[in-house]
Design a binder for this molecule. Structure first.
Ligand code: SAH
Ligand code: SF4
Length: 356
């Protein structure tokens, strides 16, 4: 079979299996409120709740691993407190510094999580939805369509799985899905990452395709998180194609919401720009980007494009050349390091590929 034929077949298998329901959804441990956990501990001394919460939240241990609990209690809690996500696959790259999981939710949807270890920080990139409805043509998740929203517990559990490997310092919502299209659960997850897992809001980043009402709402939340806006084009004709939601909230509306964000939160805004040869890497693109970024004092992250069906990866050096066009225009831009290409682990490339 030709390469393209095989890719097409794999994609259609992936699309079917991602929608497959393997049974009803059941709550994972982070989907349970403290009151529910208390109920499960009925008849036990009160310190058992502290032990259980400490195990789940601080040590990222599953209940079956909490040897300080009596055996009979562990057995009783094993099923109601079982992880909500089942790892179908765990791949590693960059000598173990990059790890990617493909998880199945309890009802059979697929989500992916990536952990990236750097010398002074460890970032986990989480999914906020299974699939995505936004349809950006270069994005593997967008190509597969929307499956469902993740719960805040499912978002937290991805971080818990990553923390079992390494202490996590930063969380970015740049995996599968559009966080602001799942607004309530995303904000709940952000608050809980801080309150329950102890990760400071300043180390949390929400990446959005540009859902204008969501940006405004988030700006009013009193949550000092970082915001990254996936711009990719700074003229409406091109952005309509690359980021279809631009037809609903065009650049003028997006710029206003971004200005409101920086004015209200006083936090630096980042703009994401996946460099696509001949499409958005020309001198005129640099000028348009500078006109958009300048008034916002935004920082630009240039992302070498990961290969997806119909899109070739950004050639080596291209993103750096585009950064060199931006520098004289007074725009601060950094080229994002590509991680885990060989294991399809880069954020934004996540799709439910068939496993094994
Ligand atoms: N939905 C949100 C967050 C998830 S996508 C958003 O769009 O911002 C995270 C980032 O990966 C976005 O900036 C997205 O544009 C980018 N991305 C998507 N597909 C990509 C690809 N093939 N190569 C590089 N970046 C990609
Ligand atoms: Fe969805 Fe973001 Fe992919 Fe666009 S880039 S389809 S918004 S996940």
């Amino acid at each position: 079979m030709s390469h393209n034929g095989r890719v097409a077949r794999e994609l259609s298998v992936a699309a079917t299996s991602r929608r497959e329901r393997r049974g009803p959804w059941r709550p994972g441990p982070f989907d349970r409120s403290v009151a529910e956990l208390e109920e499960l501990l009925e008849g036990e001394p009160p310190y058992r709740l502290t032990q259980l919460l400490d195990g789940l939240r601080r040590r990222s241990a599953w209940v079956t691993e909490l040897t300080e609990l009596p055996r009979a209690l562990r057995d009783r809690l094993a099923e109601p407190c079982a992880p909500g996500l089942t790892p179908l696959e765990r791949r590693s790259a960059d000598r173990g510094a990059t790890l990617k999981w493909v998880f199945a939710t309890s009802d059979g949807a697929r989500v992916e999580t990536v952990l990236m270890a750097y010398p002074r920080r460890t970032t986990v990139c989480v999914s906020t939805q299974a699939g995505c409805a936004m349809g950006c043509p270069f994005c593997a998740t967008g190509q597969g369509g929307f499956v469902r929203h993740l719960t805040s517990g499912e978002i937290l559990e991805q971080v818990a799985w990553a923390r079992r490997e390494r202490p996590v310092t930063h969380v970015v919502m740049m995996g599968m899905g559009e966080p602001l299209a799942n607004y309530g659960r995303t904000v709940s997850a952000l608050r809980r990452l801080h309150q329950e897992l102890g990760i400071s809001a300043r180390r949390l980043t929400v990446s959005t395709v540009g859902i204008v009402p969501g940006i405004r709402r988030l700006a009013a939340e009193d949550l000092p998180v970082n915001l990254a806006v996936s711009l990719h084009a700074a003229n409406d004709a091109l952005r309509d194609r690359l980021v279809p939601i631009n037809r609903r909230w065009p650049l003028s509306a997006l710029a206003e919401a971004c200005a409101e964000w920086t004015a209200r939160t006083r936090r630096r805004l980042s703009l994401e720009w996946a460099v696509i040869a001949g499409v958005n890497d020309r001198p005129s693109d640099a000028q348009e980007l500078a006109r958009f970024a300048h008034p916002l004092r935004a920082h630009v992250n240039l992302i070498p494009l990961n290969e997806t069906p119909g899109f070739r990866p950004t050639a080596p050096g291209l993103a750096e050349r585009f950064a060199a066009l931006l520098a004289p225009l007074g725009v601060n831009a950094t080229v994002r390091e590509t991680r885990g290409r060989q294991i399809a682990a880069a954020c934004g490339q996540l799709a439910g590929q068939p496993t094994g």
